[in-house]
Design a protein around this ligand. Structure first.
Ligand code: FAD
Ligand code: FES
Length: 521
């Protein structure tokens, strides 16, 4: 977030018309806008924050066709043909990013490099051998099994090398795409929340300030779709992931992407540092230090509040393997949406009009999935055949994924138990400045936050999506919903959906009718 100046845009302040209205200006929405403009469509993009202020600002931006859920699983869920199309589409996404970077001359640190997948010593070589075979069957012809990785400070043992992966700086990339969109006549409005979509005719998006966008097609690229209340959210689950950045002397860590097969897994890459952050260097890129980025320690959103311990474990993991790691100089967390069958949902929104599209379920690979969304949605909207359409269809049924579906939804149902438990603290007097806690008040629960001056701010702890009780996240000072990942700031203002409004002021609480609690779960 410290780099990549993205042009600032005004909020929408009039009713407008366009061919396609895109809600969400992360990598999925902005890529879709860019590719549709190239096809001659008129496009309007709305975002309730700045461009690239969502999960795209928090990514580590590994660009990879080594699928996170692994080819063995993808093949078992989607068959050999599905795995082949998954490999083809992720490979095409990296190629598309490279082509756009070159065509638009975007200075975003894009580079091609190898990716290495390794296993903890106790796992044995079988897992990687079967992954190697599955990747080859999926058509990843250049993947090879090698005796070790180029991390010379520790022995990874046998690992898989995936050539021609990529990395870039996502905000710099979005800045370049935004300039290209504006040059082609695309219109972007920030600080503009879409509140309602009517599929029509006419198809209309209504904003929080009651302006309307009339469009032939609408794309909801809000990471988690706010226009789908239940269906999609039973098929994907939100996980928080944690990242640390360390200074390392240039050249001491190989420039490559690294992942392991632990659960949750670790992910590693390097990033150039601007020179002025390294003492005494001339402007430009640092010649002496770079940033080692290490992520992992995922857990379900709203179901753990122990970030300090997670960062400490991540740091210990890093120092054991990368003894050259210097000072810890950055840390952040963010949310990924894991689907039950390892691939994103991109296409027509189920149970909606034929001209309402969604892109969601990044599965930790939102850079490539967001780019696939741009390619696939452009084809669907311009009525071109696309071989990936069924694989990514949001309405697909994946029989082999029933176990994951049941596990995630039982987990969600259990979260409603928070309605009958007590308070996090004995009394709101026990909440220290700068902290929050959920407290019981009669039949309902309150999200209470005490600010640094000692004033108490209270709002309902009931998530306006489907009525789960939000939990305090001390790491980010947010209220996080443990059911489907809606998040709110310390005073209850919406940060991300699927909820589409703030936590309620303290009026009597009414559960949304669709709540599983009312449906007897
Ligand atoms: C720690 C971490 C590491 C990651 N590492 C990788 C990686 O190495 N490789 C990879 O491929 N992926 C990675 N990901 C995943 C990737 O970052 C995301 O999947 C991707 O950025 C999602 O992009 P998006 O466009 O779908 O959503 P976002 O970037 O979240 O954009 C959605 C936008 O919609 C806006 N919005 C929401 N609701 C509304 C509304 N009602 N009206 C208007 N606007 C709205 C939001 O403000 C936001 O700007 C990582 C994610 C995290 C958190
Ligand atoms: S996000 Fe679904 S109930 Fe909160």
């Amino acid at each position: 977030m410290q780099a990549g100046e993205i042009p600032v845009h005004a909020a929408l302040n009039a009713d407008v018309e366009t061919d396609v209205c895109i809600v969400g200006a992360g990598i999925a929405g902005i890529t879709t806008a860019y590719l549709l403009l190239k096809e001659g469509k008129s496009v309007i993009v709305l975002d309730d924050g700045p461009i690239g202020g969502g999960q795209t600002a928090r990514t580590t931006a590994h660009l990879s066709n080594a699928i996170d859920d692994r080819y063995t699983e993808i093949e078992s869920w989607h068959g050999q043909d599905g795995a082949r199309l998954a490999a083809e589409s992720h490979t095409a996404a990296i190629d598309k990013i490279e082509a756009i970077v070159n065509r638009e001359g975007i200075d975003c640190d894009f580079e091609r490099l190898d990716g290495f997948l390794f296993s903890p010593a106790e796992t044995g070589p079988e897992l990687l051998e079967s992954e190697f075979q599955a990747a080859r069957r999926a058509g990843v012809a250049n993947v090879v099994l090698v005796q070790t990785s180029p991390i010379y400070s520790f022995d990874t043992g046998v690992c898989l090398r995936f050539p021609r992966q990529g990395q870039f700086h996502p905000r710099k990339y979005l800045a370049g795409l935004t300039n290209a969109i504006r040059a082609m006549g695309g219109r972007i409005f920030t600080e503009t929340r879409a509140e309602k979509i009517e599929c029509g005719p006419p198809t209309r998006v209504t904003t929080h300030q009651n302006f309307t966008i009339t469009a032939s097609d609408v794309v909801v690229a809000t990471n988690s779709p706010f226009n789908d209340f239940v269906t999609m959210h039973t098929k994907q689950a939100p996980y928080m992931s944690y990242v640390l950045g360390f200074r390392v002397p240039c050249g001491t860590v190989a420039r490559a992407l690294f992942w392991d097969t632990e659960d949750p897994y670790h992910y590693v890459r390097l990033q150039n540092l601007p020179a002025d952050t390294a003492a005494g260097e001339p402007r430009g890129e640092s010649l002496t230090e770079e940033l080692l980025i290490v992520g992992g320690e995922d857990h379900k959103t709203g179901q753990a509040n122990d970030a300090d311990e997670r960062y400490a474990r991540l740091e210990a993991w890093t120092r054991e393997r990368f003894p050259m790691a210097g000072a810890r100089c950055s840390q952040w967390s963010g949310q990924v949406l894991e689907t039950i069958d390892g691939l994103a949902y991109i296409g027509r929104n189920p149970l909606d009009g034929p001209n309402i599209f969604i892109a969601t379920g990044d599965s930790g690979q939102g850079m490539t999935h967001g780019t696939i969304a741009g390619i696939l949605l452009t084809d669907l909207i311009t009525e071109r055949e696309n071989p990936w359409a069924s694989l990514y269809d949001p309405a697909r049924k994946t029989l082999g994924a029933a176990e994951r579906f049941v596990k995630e939804n039982v987990n969600v149902a259990l979260q409603y138990g928070a309605w009958v438990t007590g308070s996090d603290v004995h009394s709101t007097r026990d909440i220290v400045p700068g902290s929050g806690a959920v407290v019981r008040r009669g039949l309902t629960k309150i999200a209470a936050y005490r600010d640094e001056t000692g004033s108490l701010h209270e709002c309902s702890a009931v998530c306006p999506h489907l009525g789960c009780i939000v939990q305090w996240n001390a790491n980010e000072s947010t209220w996080d919903c443990p059911c489907h990942g809606s998040r709110f700031d310390k005073q209850g203002a919406l940060l991300c959906g699927p909820a589409n409004r703030d936590l309620a002021a303290l009026d009597p609480v009414v559960l949304p009718l669709e709540s599983p609690l009312l449906a007897g779960l």
